[in-house]
Write a protein that binds this ligand. Structure first.
Ligand SMILES: CC(C)(COP(=O)(O)OP(=O)(O)OC[C@H]1O[C@@H](n2cnc3c(N)ncnc32)[C@H](O)[C@@H]1OP(=O)(O)O)[C@@H](O)C(=O)NCCC(=O)NCCS
Length: 180
């Protein structure tokens, strides 16, 4: 597997970002970017992401958050979103970290690599118990979490979405790379 670099977007990433969006033509683009639609200026998206990290002008109920993108050989293969702390809604569903890998790049270990790289970032943000949730049928996602040291805390039924959900917790040495 080529080396994966996980970092926020920067000014020079417009081409890679637009190319990366094209990989989602047959999937839900919101997995790639929440605050961007095709045609929207990249600089505007970048500014929004930076305000999100700084906790400025957040929508009601939102917490400071940072979007990271996974680059392999200059191409964006996926993204990972870190919520700096939990709101009531995130505590119930969503947790601290969410991620997605572009369909053509799935099954190559990139999600696991992104989460592995994100855990020390969470620790530096002061998160000592990283909470993640995923659909009970999302085998790929919970394998990623378990491979990164996640312990299953509970399975619960989400009445709103009518699905069973798994809640995981990653703590201690596993945050600084102990999970491998
Ligand atoms: C979930 C997701 C991020 C996994 O990304 P990925 O890069 O393909 O994952 P990895 O290559 O790191 O594989 C992780 C594990 O899942 C397994 N896996 C991958 N695709 C799978 C599938 N469709 N069914 C079952 N297992 C699968 C892999 O074999 C691997 O397990 P292993 O380490 O035991 O061999 C990706 O499928 C995705 O983006 N899905 C849509 C968004 C999403 O569901 N995000 C998570 C929200 S909770």
């Amino acid at each position: 597997m080529s080396e994966l670099l996980l970092r926020p977007l920067a000014e020079g990433d417009e081409f890679a970002f637009i190319q990366g969006a094209k990989l989602w033509s047959e999937d839900d683009l919101s997995w790639y970017a929440f605050d961007w639609q095709p045609g929207q200026p990249f600089a505007e998206y970048l500014a929004r992401l930076r305000r999100n990290t700084a906790g400025l002008e957040l929508p009601e109920g939102f917490v400071p958050n940072t979007m990271f993108y996974g680059f392999v050989d200059g191409q964006i293969v996926g993204r990972l979103h870190v919520r700096h702390r939990l709101s009531e809604a995130l505590r119930r569903r969503g947790g601290h970290v969410g991620y997605a890998v572009a369909p053509p790049f799935r099954g190559r270990g990139y999600a696991q690599r992104m989460l592995t790289l994100a855990l020390p970032i969470c620790e530096r943000l002061g998160i000592q118990d990283v909470m993640l949730t995923c659909g009970d049928e999302n085998v790929a996602s919970y394998r990623v979490i378990e491979a990164c040291g996640g312990c299953l805390a509970e399975r619960f039924y989400d009445e709103r979405d009518r699905i069973w959900v798994r809640r995981y917790s990653i703590v201690g040495s596993k945050l600084s790379g102990g999970a491998g």
